[in-house]
Design a protein around this ligand. Structure first.
Ligand SMILES: NC(=O)c1ccc[n+]([C@@H]2O[C@H](COP(=O)([O-])OP(=O)(O)OC[C@H]3O[C@@H](n4cnc5c(N)ncnc54)[C@H](O)[C@@H]3O)[C@@H](O)[C@H]2O)c1
Length: 266
């Protein structure tokens, strides 16, 4: 779906990839409703939008609050007149600990934001999208949604749920006007650790970490928007994601071991 002159809803629009999705969409001629739990972060995104401020509305909503999400279409349509596309990007990681050491509260939060937030947004907006001539749903999973990362097993499970949910949606909607894209980013240079309240990442070999060049959020956003414009089924931002996608399908156990050996979980 061409993004110019369309109305997008982007979750997590206050920071990282979401902010750059908002700003890139605006500069590509789209209008955007940016959703985030963080009001100050949304205000910063609005400031950064410069000359496009009138095409951007901001909505402070916690996507785990189903009723809050259900009030969004009315607010978005009141401002923009319609809604053509949603990008479910908001997400958090878990503390880098083994499942044995992860409490249920954290597990529930990760599932609530990453999976249920995406589900609430999709079910809320789908009836509106089905009425548009062209419409699009993009869900952001992760390389960790197809490849096991020790210390991120619940994060991975939440992103694997997003993967299968989205792939199923793609099949269910294939004969409709609503196109569906699933995104599996590799490493992207954002503040997701701090924003998720995580401070215990320990990489065994620091030099490996330094050698590992990650995408900027702007690069990731551009790759995602390019995928939307082409109605791609799968988008894999980053060489790491593309490479591990092939490796995992070729030999899942070896791919899992390579990652496990890189991360020496304490
Ligand atoms: N950064 C990476 O390396 C990477 C890799 C793979 C996948 N991803 C995925 O990409 C997406 C964006 O990640 P990012 O790195 O830009 O993260 P980020 O922390 O920079 O931004 C996430 C934004 O989501 C918002 N958010 C969090 N919980 C929310 C909630 N309950 N309701 C509404 N908004 C909420 C945050 O306030 C923040 O502004 C996430 O789904 C993440 O899992 C990121």
């Amino acid at each position: 779906m061409k993004v110019s002159n369309k109305v997008f809803v982007v979750t997590g629009g206050g920071a990282g990839i979401g902010r750059d999705l908002v700003l890139t969409l605006l500069s590509s001629g789209a209008s955007v409703a940016a959703v985030d739990i963080n009001k100050i972060a949304l205000e910063e995104t609005l400031e950064l939008s410069g000359g496009n401020q009138d095409k951007l509305s901001t909505h402070v909503v916690d996507i785990t609050d189903r009723h809050g999400v259900e009030s969004l279409p009315e607010d978005v349509i009141a401002y923009h007149g319609a809604v053509d596309a949603i990008i479910n990007n908001a997400g958090i990681i878990q503390p880098f600990v083994k499942i044995n050491d992860l409490d249920y509260e954290k597990i529930k939060l990760v599932m609530d934001i990453n999976f249920y937030g995406t589900l609430y947004m999709t079910k809320t907006f789908l009836p509106y999208l089905l009425k548009r001539p062209f419409a699009h749903i993009t869900n952001v999973s992760s390389m960790g949604g197809f490849l096991p990362v020790p210390g991120q097993s619940i994060y991975g499970a939440s992103k694997a749920a997003v993967k299968l949910f989205t792939e199923g949606l793609h099949s269910e909607l294939k004969d409709t006007n609503v196109k569906v894209t699933i995104v599996f980013p590799g490493g992207v240079g954002t503040n997701i650790l701090e924003n998720s309240g995580v401070d215990n990442l320990k990489i065994t070999d620091e030099s490996q970490n330094q050698k590992y060049k990650v995408l900027t959020p702007r690069e990731a956003a551009e790759i995602i928007i390019n995928g939307i414009e082409k109605d791609k089924f799968r988008v894999l931002p980053g060489k790491d994601s593309k490479m591990m996608d092939l490796f995992y399908r070729f030999n899942p156990k070896r791919a899992a071991n390579v990652i496990a050996n890189k991360l020496n979980l304490q």
